[in-house]
Design a protein around this ligand. Structure first.
Ligand SMILES: [Zn+2]
Length: 208
């Protein structure tokens, strides 16, 4: 299995190809031969914990195919026990050494959380509320700053704060994850995908 930094390099390169539309047009990454190859076993080189937003499919924005990425998607890329368990599973079963928390600009879960903080609504379902409540702690302090007067910057900073919080929660999510980080080179980084440009910026936890 490749190291975290090698995996990060592959994701960066894949995203560059996606942005410049230099696709691997032969389809080799998802053709019948590849399907047969991965049917027996998988060795995903990165774990992506991303938002469910239809505009941010991990395999497409990183230009990867079958068997390349172990993807967990949930609105607002939040970290709850089932997400931590999924990361543990992939890291221990497949030896994957890179985890990316992938948030994105204009995230609906962040916008919903900001709405809820400005104007609490009783009508929201408790299941949606459970997502909002996980995002709230990283967003609420920003509303008490000057950002409250700058709606665009507030959303941008809230998206980033939520990604940082998710990465931090995952790093301390369980004894297994902590041990993988300390002893086995597991790296957890935060990244933001721009809906406008297609670029992924890795901004949290990336080694110099
Ligand atoms: Zn989103």
């Amino acid at each position: 299995m490749e190291s975290a930094s090698e995996a990060l390099g592959r994701l960066r390169e894949g995203n560059r190809q996606f942005v410049s539309e230099v696709w691997r047009r032969d389809g080799a990454q998802s053709n019948q031969a590849r399907r047969a190859e991965v049917a027996a076993s998988q060795e995903p080189f990165a774990i992506i914990l991303g938002c469910s937003d239809s505009r941010v499919p991990a395999e497409i924005v990183f230009d990867q195919g079958l068997g390349d990425l172990f993807v967990i998607r949930v609105a607002g890329n939040i970290v709850a026990p089932s997400q931590i368990g999924s990361v543990e599973f992939a890291a221990t079963q497949f030896g994957t050494r890179l985890v990316v928390i992938l948030g994105h600009s204009q995230c609906g879960a962040i916008l919903a959380t900001l709405d809820e903080l400005r104007q609490p609504s009783e009508s929201r379902s408790h299941t949606i509320r459970s997502i909002v409540e996980r995002i709230r702690p990283s967003v609420e302090p920003l509303l008490a700053t000057e950002l409250a007067n700058d709606p665009e910057a507030l959303v941008e900073q809230s998206v980033r704060a939520n990604i940082r919080a998710s990465a931090s929660q995952l790093r301390h999510g369980s004894d297994i994850v902590e041990e993988l980080i300390e002893k086995d080179g597991l790296l957890i980084v935060g990244a933001e995908y721009s809906l406008e440009t297609g670029k992924v910026e890795f901004f949290d936890g990336v080694p110099e």
